[in-house]
Design a protein around this ligand. Structure first.
Ligand code: WT7
Length: 671
């Protein structure tokens, strides 16, 4: 099926690009049963969806429940979009009640697995995992009770509710309850610290926090409530805290402020009508960190977000409730991936969504594969950073399990190196599962560039083509499309239903960040190129493109070339000031387990890049490191590496860094 090999563009080219000749058409049997089963169908629908965007989206919206139909599909006043204007709906109703109305109340909505594997004494040795399944009826009851409990605590439509919880069903219940009564939520990832909570609570002017005593991570209770307590010594905005009991770790309850989840729901009614919301009412705020400055509160509203996440879920993963699909996204709900593709886009599609509480290596490195085997997962969605960790851990953990239930594999969060893509395809997908490399952002709400598994011929490292309704292009700063395979700025030229509606409380930042780089178009901040097949390749953040001796190099391609060396597990590349070239290339590399760090190997790895991409791309410096500095969402913090490579003090905020000790180690080793 695949053609082997990759080759290098001629050196005279302005850009050095990794040319990828491996192409994987959708398996015929898969295409036959898929919603979108051929590239012709994709093209025809895509054309229509862009030319008659309003007609297209109104037909999709019609598949869902509205209390009142919209008057106008789109009002576009650059950069402000209003979708389904005049329409009244409720996303919680569409996630739950709509299924019950259609007689599916006893079907499974959420399957949850906790981290601890317990034996009879509650220990962790070889026992049964803790599993809960909630039907749509269960979910409606629990969500309604919690919604009423919130109302009893004084929460009203429009109040921002902060949620800081572990990956337990109550997290989904809390967000759906907020949506049911029209209180926008602001979810904070459970890995963040007290100061992150303070910043977000203050920015969102939120006076209620929902949390838990703790959440399990590698056998330890993450002290969520302690973090909230610490945050609340830094701000006096919060008047009410709701605490779910999960780990029974020791916590402090403040009289009058703190309430147990169990207590407030025990007395609450299990009937709560879903509030008819304006299509443009705020659904949630979710903070995303920029490379500079404070995190931005990205705003998403009700109707457009609902319609777009519903359709992308359905088509990107080719969901079929009638085929016993079991869908698992390994992200935390605290990220946009979890908002859109664990909860809001999934539930209206009537396919069970699996939630897992803990770490991929707890109690063992085969935990994910064990979960897939036991729950017969059919669609699996994870991140390149996780895939590279699995590669490093070795395939013996995978070979122990039967993964034959899988039929679509997804990735998101950063560019996937061709090497990791091939491993995912061969080792996890057994060469039979289409891979959907989905490019999108917190700001876009849903998938923007992605293969459709029954239609798109995939190629390792490319996120392929725009989703329906998306008019994507690679342009120069004047907004003119650049040539084939030429690097440029990735823009979206037309509004789409789930686009961000603003940065909470900061109009200027909204305009500056997204609407000022190229006149009239949404700029994502990513660099990209489009190849001769019309496939998009993300080259990295625009800030990460390095210009070496007049050549534009995407850090991504140098990193992919590094990772394609057998000894290399992970790599990050940045520019640094260089006397002769202006900018030099510095590479930071982690090795596959057990391989020794020698100067000879450094040389080999550098030469390998020169061979793959041409001498211009050969790293000037290469440093081995046991790990790369990453944010808690798994993104490499290149800005820190730039400081280290330049021999500068670290500048800017590092509160989102996962392991601060890595930075010290790198600074000590730097030459
Ligand atoms: C940035 C957005 C979207 C949910 C998770 C991250 C990078 C994301 C891909 C991909 C290449 C990707 C981009 C983007 N990114 N997916 N498939 N290929 N790059 O959300 O934290 O808002 O980050 O992640 O740079 O702009 P986010």
């Amino acid at each position: 099926m695949a053609q082997a090999g990759k080759s290098t563009e001629s050196e005279s080219s302005m850009e050095s690009v990794l040319t990828e000749n491996r192409h994987f058409p959708p398996p015929a049997a898969f295409a036959k049963q898929a919603h979108i089963g051929s590239i012709e169908k994709y093209e025809e629908m895509h054309k229509r969806s862009v030319e008659d965007s309003e007609g297209f989206w109104s037909e999709v919206a019609d598949e869902l429940h509205w209390f009142k139909k919209w008057d106008t599909v789109l009002e576009w006043n650059l950069p402000d979009a209003k979708w389904f204007v005049g329409g009244k709906t409720n996303i919680c109703y569409n996630c739950i009640d709509r299924q019950i109305d259609d007689g599916l109340g006893d079907h499974t909505a959420i399957v949850w697995e906790g981290e601890p594997i317990q034996d009879q004494d509650g220990g962790h040795a070889g026992g049964e995992p803790e599993i809960r399944k909630l039907t749509y009826n269960d979910l409606k009851r629990e969500v309604s009770r919690f919604a009423n409990a919130l109302k009893n605590l004084g929460v009203k439509k429009g109040d921002v509710v902060t949620i800081y919880m572990p990956m337990v069903p109550e997290l989904a219940i809390a967000m759906l309850a907020c949506a049911r009564i029209g209180a926008p939520h602001s979810i904070i990832f459970g890995g963040f610290s007290a100061s992150a909570i303070r910043d977000r609570v203050e920015d969102g002017k939120s006076n209620i926090v929902i949390t838990a005593d703790g959440g399990w991570r590698r056998g330890k209770a993450v002290p969520l409530k302690d973090n909230v307590d610490e945050a609340l010594t830094l701000t006096d905005l919060v008047k009410t805290v709701v605490v779910l009991e999960r780990c029974q770790n020791d916590i402090n309850m403040v009289e009058g402020r703190d309430h147990w989840w169990e207590d407030i729901t025990a007395t609450a009614s299990e009937h709560c009508e879903a509030e008819p919301m304006d299509a443009e009412d705020l659904l949630f705020i979710l903070y995303t960190s920029g490379s500079t400055g404070k995190p931005k509160g990205i705003m998403h509203t009700t109707g457009g977000y609902m319609v777009y996440t519903y359709l992308t879920s359905k088509y990107t993963f080719d969901l079929h409730p009638e085929n016993n699909d079991m869908y698992w996204c390994t992200a935390d709900i605290g990220w946009i991936t979890g908002h859109s593709y664990i909860v809001y886009g999934l539930l209206p599609n009537r396919v069970p969504t699996l939630m897992y509480e803990g770490a991929p290596d707890a109690p063992d490195k085969d935990r994910f594969w064990d979960i897939i085997e036991r729950h017969k997962v059919t669609k699996f969605y994870t991140a390149p950073t996780a895939i590279r960790a699995f590669m490093k851990w070795g395939r013996e953990h995978i070979d122990k399990h039967d993964l034959s239930s899988l039929n679509v594999l997804g990735t998101v969060g950063e560019p996937i190196n061709p090497e990791a893509w091939m491993w995912y395809h061969e080792v996890i997908g057994n060469e039979k599962c289409p891979i959907v490399d989905t490019w999108w952002q917190t700001e876009t709400g849903g998938h923007m560039l992605t293969p459709l598994p029954g239609a798109t011929t995939t190629t390792p490292g490319s996120c392929t083509k725009p989703f329906f309704g998306i008019d994507a292009a690679v342009v120069n700063s004047e907004g003119e499309p650049v040539g084939e395979n030429e690097g440029g700025i990735l823009v979206i030229r037309k509004p789409w239903p789930s686009m961000l509606r603003g940065v909470y409380g900061n109009r200027e930042r909204f305009i500056d960040t997204y609407w000022s780089k190229v006149e009239g178009y949404y700029t994502a901040g990513d660099g990209a190129r489009k190849d001769e097949h019309g496939n998009f390749w993300i080259m990295g953040r625009i800030d990460d493109v390095i210009v070496v001796a007049g050549h534009n190099l995407g850090t991504m391609e140098v990193e992919s070339a590094l990772v394609s060396h057998d000894a290399v597990a992970e790599a990050a590349v940045v520019g640094f000031p260089h006397d002769i070239k202006g900018t030099g290339i510095a590479a930071f590399v982690t090795l596959v387990g057990g391989i020794e760090e020698t100067d000879e190997l450094k040389k080999q790895v550098r030469d390998h890049v020169a061979k793959e991409l041409g001498p211009i791309s050969k790293p000037d410096k290469l440093q081995f490191t046991p790990a790369l500095p990453k944010t808690r969402s798994g993104k490499i913090m290149r800005r820190l590496l730039r400081d280290i490579a330049a021999g500068r003090e670290i500048s800017g905020d590092i509160t989102t860094l996962e392991d601060k000790s890595i930075v010290e180690k790198l600074q000590q080793q730097a030459d």
